[in-house]
Design a protein around this ligand. Structure first.
Ligand SMILES: [Zn+2]
Ligand SMILES: [Zn+2]
Length: 131
């Protein structure tokens, strides 16, 4: 069982089962949708996925035909993408998990489109907090 929520806590979800493979997507749409160098996504079995949205804040954007990016309309957190299908596919944004998840990353996709500014990031100094 996994649980997660958006930044403001309006939307909560549970995954009553295991999380699928963790993939980093470097495509331009994912970078735009998240404002980050790449998107992290895990596939979840639709039958195991439950969303609680008591204030009806779950918003949706169809970023490519039949693929809906779901986010909190109040705080903006990207939560998951939904392809109604068939087959139905849900790809959860694991940065929104409240339960522990250790991966591992299984693949980088659209790697040829990766942000140039990501190159060499592993060599930058690290700090445990903002210095
Ligand atoms: Zn929110
Ligand atoms: Zn992508």
């Amino acid at each position: 069982m996994h649980t997660g929520s958006c930044l403001c806590g309006s939307i909560r979800y549970t995954v009553d089962g295991a999380l699928g493979p963790l993939v980093f997507c470097h495509c331009a749409r994912c970078r735009k949708a998240n404002g980050t160098a790449f998107l992290a996504a895990v596939t979840v079995e639709p039958a195991t996925f439950t969303v609680s949205d008591p204030h009806a804040r779950l918003a949706s954007y169809e970023s490519s035909p039949g693929v809906f990016r779901k986010f909190c309309g109040h705080c903006g957190s990207p939560l998951f993408s939904h392809r109604p299908g068939p087959p139905e596919v849900i790809r959860l944004r694991p940065g929104t998990l409240d339960s522990a998840f250790a991966g591992p990353v299984t693949a980088h996709i659209f790697h040829r489109d990766r942000a140039a500014w990501l190159e060499g990031a592993e060599h930058a100094p690290t700090y445990d907090e903002r210095p």
